[in-house]
Write a protein that binds this ligand. Structure first.
Ligand SMILES: [Zn+2]
Length: 94
């Protein structure tokens, strides 16, 4: 049995409206929507948890990220951090 991680995220997959790269929409523990790069990153500090109805994005501080990484958890990067058009994100409000 394999873990179809990509498929389980399908409902939240999208493309960045600025740069067109693939993202997934997660919700932070504060309830804010956050676009996250779907590919795990060595610099990532966002832990994605699939809660069924939504993806929860846990933003970790450096020690937490190191601990999660040591446990083999995949960490992701907020798309804000890597989007070449990050300035446009800031202006995009709703
Ligand atoms: Zn982007």
């Amino acid at each position: 049995m394999t873990t179809p991680e990509r498929d389980t995220w399908a409902p939240w997959r999208d493309k960045c409206s600025s740069c067109g790269r693939p993202i997934v929409w997660a919700v932070t523990t504060r309830g804010a929507s956050m676009p996250v790069d779907p590919t795990p990153s060595e610099r990532g500090n966002v832990l994605i948890a699939d809660r069924g109805r939504e993806l929860i994005a846990g933003v970790l501080n450096a020690p937490q990220a190191a601990g999660a990484r040591a446990q083999g958890r995949a960490l992701h990067t907020a798309h804000f951090a890597v989007c070449p058009d990050a300035d446009r994100h800031r202006r995009r409000r709703r």
